[in-house]
Design a protein around this ligand. Structure first.
Ligand SMILES: *[C@@H]1O[C@H](CO)[C@@H](O)[C@H](O)[C@H]1NC(C)=O
Ligand SMILES: *[C@@H]1O[C@H](CO)[C@@H](O)[C@H](O)[C@H]1NC(C)=O
Ligand SMILES: *[C@@H]1O[C@H](CO)[C@@H](O)[C@H](O)[C@H]1NC(C)=O
Ligand SMILES: *[C@@H]1O[C@H](CO)[C@@H](O)[C@H](O)[C@H]1NC(C)=O
Ligand SMILES: *[C@@H]1O[C@H](CO)[C@@H](O)[C@H](O)[C@H]1NC(C)=O
Ligand SMILES: *[C@@H]1O[C@H](CO)[C@@H](O)[C@H](O)[C@H]1NC(C)=O
Ligand SMILES: *[C@@H]1O[C@H](CO)[C@@H](O)[C@H](O)[C@H]1NC(C)=O
Length: 360
């Protein structure tokens, strides 16, 4: 529900989405009238490329992860450019891009929902530009995972498992994905099928393949869940094959120190999960303006320095930066966790302050 696949949405969420889509129009208009809103372009820094070498991810040697969901390559029929994240004129703090939104279908094919109601066959030539940007992101040293969001329950039937897994395996191979994010929401995949899927992915794609999951944080805390299996039980069985969890601190709960503590109290090591936040104002639940969050992150990192990182959903209009400069969020996120120096966000202080200012 909170990483929408734009098919099974509740009317409440659709209403919110429509309202915010209208707001987006306003925001785009205000940006067109005031291009300085997103701040001046940052100047080149020592960590970025020259013409003789490709840019590479600054944080890639750390165990910390700055994870960027890219679930809507198209919004309002416009291309949303993920390659901006690896523009060699600025340091790269993002470590993982989750590219989607993919669904397993019951006729042994897959589809990609690229935003709003745009649905494509993954290999449609109209999406070549997005696949090409994905390669640019990988060339910069950033791992790209498939963001798989729907159709998991179709794997429950043992008789048809192989036939339904085959197109997934084919796409992961053909497009050279570095990993997969399994985002189970309101989907009846069983614990046994989850274990089988994760073991199969590990066996087929090797030790370096990055398998992550995206539970709502309340499920890790033993509260409201969107899956029919227990993540604690899954971790016990195949935890060694799961790189980390992108815990959603939105939708079913808020992004607060208490919500974080509740996950830890339920037995989870902070190193096992990133703080997933609704970086797009379309999905946030009461935590903007963004500047208010700084105290929460300071609190979390002081108390739980092992926290794995941060994850942002979703790229297209996230702030800081908004439509014009969504590349600002990973730099801002890295600064919250102390991975980037505090002055890394200096060139876009204005967009941090204005982030959420247009909310009603
Ligand atoms: C990251 O690790 C690799 C391999 O260990 C090393 O070659 C590279 O210099 C490291 N990069 C940074 C920025 O520390
Ligand atoms: C990189 O960023 C600069 C400055 O914002 C911009 O002029 C340039 O077009 C960008 N390049 C790409 C490939 O997006
Ligand atoms: C599979 O199902 C989808 C969605 O119902 C449909 O659009 C697509 O054409 C089907 N593909 C095949 C090969 O039957
Ligand atoms: C599993 O799939 C087979 C083959 O399509 C079908 O005959 C069977 O009824 C399915 N089992 C369940 C429990 O749905
Ligand atoms: C998920 O929540 C429902 C109640 O909404 C509960 O009945 C179920 O046991 C929970 N499942 C797990 C695995 O925690
Ligand atoms: C920081 O954490 C402490 C202890 O958990 C809490 O009392 C305080 O309200 C928190 N502050 C913020 C801004 O979250
Ligand atoms: C941030 O501060 C460091 C050290 O004080 C300096 O070398 C660097 O150029 C500054 N970066 C920006 C973006 O201002």
């Amino acid at each position: 529900m909170f990483h929408p696949d734009f098919r099974g949405l509740s009317s409440e969420v659709i209403k919110m989405y429509q309202r915010t889509t209208w707001l987006k129009g306003l925001l785009m208009l205000s940006m067109a009238m005031a291009p300085a809103l997103a701040g001046p372009a940052p100047t080149s820094s020592a960590t970025t490329s020259t013409s003789s070498s490709s840019p590479s991810s600054t944080a890639s040697n750390s165990t910390k992860r700055i994870v960027q969901y890219y679930g809507s390559p198209l919004e309002a029929k416009n291309h949303v450019h993920i390659a901006q994240l690896v523009n060699g004129t600025r340091p790269i703090y993002v470590t993982n891009v989750l590219f989607g939104t993919f669904t397993i279908l019951d006729n042994n094919t897959m589809k990609i929902t690229t935003g709003e109601d745009s649905v494509w066959k993954p290999d449609d030539p109209a999406l070549d530009w997005a696949w090409s940007e994905m390669c640019q992101v990988q060339q910069a040293g950033v791992a790209v995972s498939m963001f798989l969001r729907s159709g998991f329950h179709l794997l429950n039937n043992e008789t048809t498992f192989d036939a339904r897994y085959a197109p997934l395996h084919g796409l992961l191979t053909r497009r050279k994905f570095d990993g997969i994010d399994l985002d189970i929401e309101d989907d009846a995949i069983t614990l046994n099928t989850m274990v089988k899927l994760i073991r199969r992915l590990r066996a087929d794609f090797g030790a370096d393949f990055v398998i992550t999951l995206a539970p709502v944080a309340t499920a890790l805390a033993g509260g409201k869940n969107l899956s029919q299996f227990s993540y604690t039980a899954l971790e016990k069985q195949v935890g060694d094959d799961i790189a980390w969890y992108n815990a959603q601190f939105y939708g079913t709960g808020d992004l607060t120190i208490d919500a974080f503590d509740a996950v830890v109290s339920n037995g989870w090591d902070p190193a096992r999960f990133t703080i997933g936040m609704a970086s797009s104002p379309d999905f946030q639940t009461g935590m903007f303006p963004l500047s208010d969050l700084h105290a929460v992150f300071a609190n979390i990192t002081a108390k739980h320095p092992r926290v794995r990182g941060m994850a942002g959903f979703d790229y297209y209009d996230q702030c800081p930066g908004g439509w014009a400069a969504p590349w600002q969020w990973p730099i801002w996120a890295a600064a919250q966790l102390g991975i980037a120096p505090a002055n890394a966000t200096q060139s876009f202080q204005h967009s941090i302050k204005s982030c959420g200012a247009n909310r009603v």
